[in-house]
Ligand binder design. Structure first.
Ligand code: ASP
Length: 463
């Protein structure tokens, strides 16, 4: 067996005998001859086992989706048989031998057409679903998008830094997922709703330009475009003003999606105030595309700025609209410090909207302790509660915390737009089901009695 050649490189080996490795996508037994489509991660190619060839016996028994190594000669097809619209449509592999590396049972569904397959089946056998053209395309698209953003960030002096998963609750307006502590029975970690506080602490720590492909976990109702877990390109910068962040991030998105061949509807991206957006679209996430733009896969980005900082909760208290760590707009800092006109205070928050979805969002932060404290006062927290919640941030900000701001881009939502998919699970390798069950594996599930004892946990049967 010769060295393995990837299917996309076969064009360079016309006339030679080569070995490819991959899966049997299609097998057509025509009696004397057997035709195949073989597939690897780089594409597909047709193969034929001729009558009397050493491979014909195996060719007749190998089942589709088996993993195989095929040795054969790369032949040019006669002009009349060329399939110009297919990858490798001008060549065919004349099979000399088939080594079955692992046979496949009949898969639970047809990989060529998963659109009709139910969600539960697709997720239970996700590893088979992932072999489909759609999933291969979407997951690679995701990887490419992240790669391009990463390259842009490295080019612009950013450092990639990881922050803890087992941590304290950080407010993003959602419920926490919690993890019991064995060493400290009765105490719990929270999984991060975002790395918000750690990334700000990195600014105090002098890193100035941070990014991370961060996993965020939020216990909120599941929707088509929202799961318990998601990933974001999380960014924070020091010594910046709102427009510095907006301009650099606009360059990152523009360079990345244009390198992938997409067209952007309007550059620079339009900027609308929240008030204008509500008047024009009656929403702060809006779609500016025409029907023609939609057919052509155009991306319509816009920034929304000047959001109200606070809104009323059902019980009449004030809460933050986006992020409690934000800086109010300069002209409203005094109001916040004095606790006046709370409903009219605008924040430095900026959201990036694309094709009706929120692509990203961030703000300039309150880097002076008295401003952050005033935000919590406005929301009705007592001094003791403020100390308990964010005392560590107020303390950190006492030591020359630089002015800073940042943003986060939801990777799934951005890739959904690029892939033209309406469901988050189509751009995630192992997404959860609508009911919150993990793909392939069976979580959530009960702990063993031994684990419960070790963690000091009892379940209230009535619950
Ligand atoms: N922490 C915010 C979020 O996760 C993003 C940011 O303000 O940077 O939505």
């Amino acid at each position: 067996m010769s060295e393995r050649i990837f299917i996309e490189d076969l064009q360079n080996h016309v006339g030679s005998s080569v070995t490819i490795m991959g899966w049997v996508a299609v097998r057509r037994d025509q009696g004397k001859m057997v035709f195949f489509d073989f597939r690897d991660m780089t594409g597909s190619v047709q193969g034929v086992a001729l009558p009397g060839s050493t491979a014909i016996e195996t060719a007749k028994e190998v089942k589709t989706e088996s993993a195989v190594a095929i040795t054969g000669t790369v032949n040019k097809r006669p002009e009349k048989n060329v399939q110009a619209d297919r990858q490798n449509g001008n060549i065919e592999l004349q099979i000399e031998s088939i080594a079955i590396l692992n046979i496949s049972e009949t898969p639970p569904f047809e990989i060529a057409d998963t659109a009709q397959v139910g969600e539960d089946t697709r997720l239970a056998y996700r590893y088979i679903d992932l072999r489909s053209e759609r999933m291969q395309r979407n997951i690679r698209l995701r990887s490419r998008f992240v790669q391009l953003c990463r390259e842009f960030l490295f080019k612009n002096k950013f450092t990639e830094i990881e922050t803890p998963l087992l941590t304290e609750s950080t407010p993003e307006g959602s419920r926490d997922f919690v993890v019991p502590s064995r060493l400290h029975p009765g105490n719990f970690y929270a999984l991060p709703q975002s790395p918000q506080q750690y990334k700000q602490l990195l600014m105090v720590g002098g890193f100035e330009r941070y990014f991370q492909i961060a996993k965020c976990v939020r216990d909120e109702d599941l929707r088509a475009d929202r799961g318990f877990e998601f990933s974001q390109i999380d960014i924070e910068m020091s010594f910046v003003k709102r427009d510095d962040v907006i301009n650099l991030m606009e360059a990152m998105i523009t360079e990345s999606v244009e390198a992938m061949g997409y067209t952007i509807k309007q550059k620079p991206f339009p900027r609308l105030t929240y008030a204008d957006a509500m008047e024009k679209y009656a929403a702060d996430k809006f779609d500016m595309r025409t029907e023609e733009d939609k057919t052509n896969g155009v991306l319509a980005y816009a920034w929304v700025i000047d959001f109200p900082f606070f809104e009323k909760t059902d019980d009449g208290k004030w809460t933050f609209t986006h992020n409690p760590f934000s800086m109010p707009k300069a002209e409203h800092v005094e109001w916040l410090l004095k606790g006046e006109n709370i409903g009219e205070i605008l924040t430095t928050q900026y959201d990036l909207v694309c094709n009706g979805y929120e692509s990203g969002g961030g703000s300039i932060r309150a880097h002076r302790p008295e401003i952050l404290k005033a935000t919590y006062k406005a929301m009705g927290y007592s001094d003791a509660e403020i100390e308990e919640k964010i005392g560590h941030m107020l303390e950190a900000f006492k030591y020359g915390a630089p002015p800073h701001g940042g943003i986060a881009f939801g990777i799934e939502r951005n890739v959904m737009n690029l892939a033209n998919e309406s469901y988050l699970r189509e751009v995630v390798a192992f997404p959860m089901s609508r009911g919150g069950q993990s793909a392939v594996m069976k979580a959530p599930k009960p702990l063993t009695p031994e684990q419960m004892i070790e963690l000091g946990i009892k379940i209230d049967k009535k619950a």
